[in-house]
Design a protein around this ligand. Structure first.
Ligand SMILES: [Fe+2]
Ligand SMILES: [Zn+2]
Length: 399
């Protein structure tokens, strides 16, 4: 018996009519269900407007009856699915590969979703790392670095020039350019006597997200080490926010649900410089309940403003999350040496730093998360990694 595995995934073995949907049995044993209205909507013939008749595509859905039903379904000699529609005498042809790629069964949707690699303190010193020279020279190495950032939520670049434009070089590899902000494109983090900013002191900073008071928080944050403090302090303290959210879900699902549902107000006010304010949820989930973003309030949250019956449960829930964050079970801590850049997804990771004495100079900037994903997809296409180009990446802490 010869079993052909290659191609069986995209081979239609049989079809079965349901009342409002079509069941397809595939060569690999998988079964798909496609609703007739979905199939009719996705007809890509010239009349339905995939190409030149965009106008028809725009309102075409309104002309499809919601109870549209095939009069006949057949699998042709090339094993394509051919549907004759009633009552509009229309015909649609589907390539099996396309259908399988768009199958919306739970299993296939789960397969298409990006699965972040969740980590905790067991990651230890195995910091995802990339050699910056190699990244600049070689697209494959550049993609490797971007995939580390996508999957772990952070990557450390080594060998970045210790020059004022070093950060721009990294930005151009993982996005377009360092974003301009109210503090300039690049902010120098070092001790500034008399500054009211916590980052400009030598104190410990507990893990947090950056600028969660924006409607779209900073995307991929970069820290470029120019000078490390000689006492070994000023180390980065990173936490995988998704892992912590999952820990909360395992411990108290109700608390998790509450924090993914109620909306907080975050704000930042520096008279004459910043007046920023936004609503957001602490935990962002996708439509299937997967965690896709964390917006942790830290210091910059307004008084709770939500339905009175959830005030106390929300306080309980956020305290549970805080105990997990500050409990020490999830942290990875490491110092940056001059010439190293830490890039991390600010919609996922929490970052803090340990106290230090003496000189320390970090240059700080960020690139848009969207641009990072766009550049990564372009690179995937160029390197024939179409699966990675197609994968659906979580939208981040936007809810
Ligand atoms: Fe920060
Ligand atoms: Zn059509």
């Amino acid at each position: 018996v010869v079993v052909c595995v290659t191609g069986s995934r995209n081979r239609i073995d049989s079809v079965e009519h349901g009342e409002r949907k079509l069941h397809i049995h595939w060569g690999d044993g998988h079964r798909s269900v496609f609703h007739y209205v979905w199939l009719r909507d996705n007809c890509s013939c010239a009349a339905c407007g995939e190409s030149s008749t965009l106008q028809r595509r725009i309102d075409g859905l309104l002309r499809i009856p919601s109870d549209v039903t095939p009069s006949k379904v057949e699998v042709d000699d090339a094993r394509r699915l051919k549907i004759h529609w009633s009552p509009d005498q229309h015909q649609t042809l589907f390539e099996p590969t396309w259908l399988r790629e768009h199958c919306y069964s739970k299993a296939e949707r789960e397969r298409r979703r990006h699965k972040p690699i969740l980590w905790g303190k067991e990651l230890g010193s195995r910091i995802p790392t990339a050699d910056f020279d190699a990244v600049v020279r070689d697209d494959a190495r550049r993609l490797e670095a971007m995939l580390l950032l996508r999957d772990y939520g952070f990557v450390r670049f080594q060998g970045v020039p210790v020059t004022p434009d070093g950060l721009e070089g990294v930005a151009s590899m993982i996005g377009y350019a360092v974003r301009d902000t109210y503090y300039g494109r690049v902010f120098d983090i070092r001790v500034e006597e008399g500054s009211s900013l916590m980052s400009s002191t030598n104190a410990t900073i507990l893990p947090h997200n950056d600028e969660g008071w924006r409607a779209v928080p900073l995307g991929i944050v970069m820290f470029h080490c120019i000078d490390a403090s000689a006492d070994g302090g000023g180390q980065n303290n990173l936490i995988d926010g998704f892992r912590v959210c999952e820990a909360l879900r395992a411990q108290d699902e109700r608390a998790f649900d509450l924090l993914s549902r109620v909306t907080w107000t975050f704000f930042r006010s520096i008279p004459g410089e910043v007046e920023s304010r936004s609503e957001g949820r602490i935990i962002s989930t996708d439509q299937d309940g997967n965690v896709v973003g964390l917006r942790y309030p830290f210091r910059f949250r307004a008084p709770l403003d939500m339905a009175e019956d959830v005030i106390e449960p929300v306080y309980d829930a956020i305290r549970k999350l805080m105990r997990l964050i500050y409990g020490g079970d999830f942290d990875v801590t490491f110092g940056l040496r001059p010439g190293e850049v830490l890039a991390f997804d600010n919609h996922r990771l929490l970052h803090g730093r340990t106290a230090f004495m003496g000189r320390r100079h970090i240059r700080f900037g960020y690139v848009d998360r969207d641009d990072f994903h766009l550049q990564m997809r372009l690179l995937c296409r160029r390197l024939d990694r179409h699966g990675d180009a197609e994968i659906a990446i979580g939208k981040g802490a936007l809810a």
